[in-house]
Design a protein around this ligand. Structure first.
Ligand code: AMP
Ligand code: GLY
Length: 443
């Protein structure tokens, strides 16, 4: 069955949607959700300076930690569905709290969010379910870590156990670097997130992000995407939250996808059920296609950023119905998403210095933009007192385009980027190099 507003009736009122979060990811979710004709308003708490440029969108500035104020606001706004974007409120149990108050929520409870907020728990989860992943050791002290580092001959990756905004993973080149990374985590580099460390076998292969919308029992897959985690061209430099993406990822052939479903996705959902975790939200599978097949690098309990900005323009107006169905636990599982026949790509414009130290508050100048199948989602922006758009984050803007092939997509995205300027603007010129036929000709 194909989901669109003609053949799918919402089970209930779906006029006022609330999205929690303030990034490009949340703006792109709002953009896709507002396409549905039943939706009258999309509220974002807190959103950012770009949110209100999106049709039907309004920002609400309240502190979500103030539960009393939040509830009063949600009741006042008559919110029909809540979508929680980032991992921190999910890990704090916000979805559990709102569900107890009878709101429909897309986003897992604290138990499901553990897939992301504890890497050691996720590794044990995979071990229990026999899901292919890198070998690992869970360690509680630098001494314990050193013993393992010096007793194994396999190259290792070092990870802080808890949430670290995508910065808690080290890929050392030597045993010494491995020890230093472990010590820096135990010395408090990531606060309590570093109370435990996971040492992992270093595995190799291209990476791909797969997203399953899940209602607790059933799931459906969004188009896959390929992120670009490293800061610099040729995939060099430090890891970032993601400097660009494209979707769908041709790397994920039908054969691989079938294996991933059988060996990874279905065992994950079965294991969640076995552990009595009623997961209503998106499961983000960060995968590596190794020589011995697809393996899980990480789980996240939210949409990827910038993968979400890349995928959302491919959704038709039935997307919000799928989120609602997940929140209510009544997905059929055979729904087909009416995706566009186009492909999509995203380039992130970031602040100089990101992912380390960077300055904010620089005016953003946007010239003549080709808006034909192109979107600019603000990732980290604010408005000055005079209403001028300013940089307000490491990742500032997500420039997204769709077309019939990736060459055209990135040609448009980079043409639009030439029209955008702010002090210290930085972006990679090689996003999508894997799928741009003309990339090697140009370079
Ligand atoms: P994560 O935050 O767990 O996604 O890790 C960030 C990045 O580190 C991944 O996208 C990979 O590029 C790399 N990485 C993580 N774990 C491993 C591993 N076991 N072997 C090789 N690379 C890894
Ligand atoms: N783009 C990677 C992430 O959202 O974690």
């Amino acid at each position: 069955m194909s989901i669109n507003s003609k053949n799918f009736k919402s089970f209930s009122r779906l006029e006022n949607i609330l999205i929690i979060g303030n990034g490009g990811r949340e703006n792109s979710l709002a953009w896709a959700i507002q396409k549905n004709e039943l939706v009258k308003k999309v509220f974002l708490i807190p959103g950012n300076a770009g949110s209100e440029r999106i049709n039907k969108c309004e920002r609400i500035i309240i502190d979500i930690k103030n539960k009393k104020e939040l509830l009063e606001k949600l009741n006042f706004l008559k919110v029909d569905l809540i979508v929680i974007g980032p991992e921190i409120p999910l890990a704090d149990g916000l979805a559990d709290f709102l569900r107890k108050k009878d709101f429909k929520v897309f986003g897992p409870g604290k138990d499901g969010a553990k897939l992301e907020y504890s890497k050691s728990w996720a590794k044990e989860f995979m071990q229990d379910a026999n899901i292919p992943t890198a070998k690992f050791w869970k360690v509680n002290s630098p001494e314990e870590a050193k013993k393992i580092i010096h007793s194994t001959s396999i190259p290792l990756v070092v990870k802080a156990d808890g949430l670290a905004s995508g910065k808690g993973v080290f890929i050392p080149d030597s045993k010494e670097e491995c020890v230093t990374a472990t010590e820096s985590i135990f010395n408090g580099k990531f606060g309590n997130s570093g109370n435990m460390v996971v040492l992992e076998e270093k595995i190799h292969g291209p990476e791909v992000s797969v997203f399953a919308l899940c209602d607790g029992k059933k799931y459906i897959l969004l188009p896959s995407a390929q992120d670009h985690k490293r800061l610099n061209e040729e995939d060099k430099g430090p890891n970032t939250g993601g400097m660009g993406a494209y979707s769908p990822a041709p790397l994920l052939t039908k054969n691989y996808l079938e294996r991933i479903i059988k060996e990874i996705i279905e065992p994950t959902i079965n294991e969640l059920n076995k552990k009595n975790i009623d997961y209503k939200g998106v499961i983000y599978f960060g995968l590596m296609i190794t020589k011995s097949g697809p393996k899980v690098i990480e789980y996240n309990c939210r949409f990827g950023d910038p993968e979400c900005q890349t995928i959302m323009p491919l959704m038709d107006q039935g997307f919000v119905f799928l989120l609602e169905k997940c929140s209510m636990g009544n997905l059929i599982g055979s729904e087909k998403i009416d995706t566009s026949d186009k492909v999509s790509g995203c380039v992130i414009a970031s602040s100089k210095g990101y992912p380390l130290e960077y300055k904010t508050g620089f005016p953003i100048k946007i010239g003549q933009i080709d808006s034909n199948d192109c979107q600019i989602f603000d990732s980290g922006t604010s408005l000055s007192k005079d209403g001028e758009l300013l940089t307000d984050g490491g990742r500032v803007l997500s420039i997204v385009c769709q077309d019939k092939d990736f060459d055209l997509v990135f040609e448009k995205a980079y043409k639009n980027l030439k029209e955008i300027n702010f002090d210290g603007i930085y972006f990679r010129n090689d996003i999508g190099h894997q799928v741009r036929k003309n990339f090697f000709k140009e370079n």
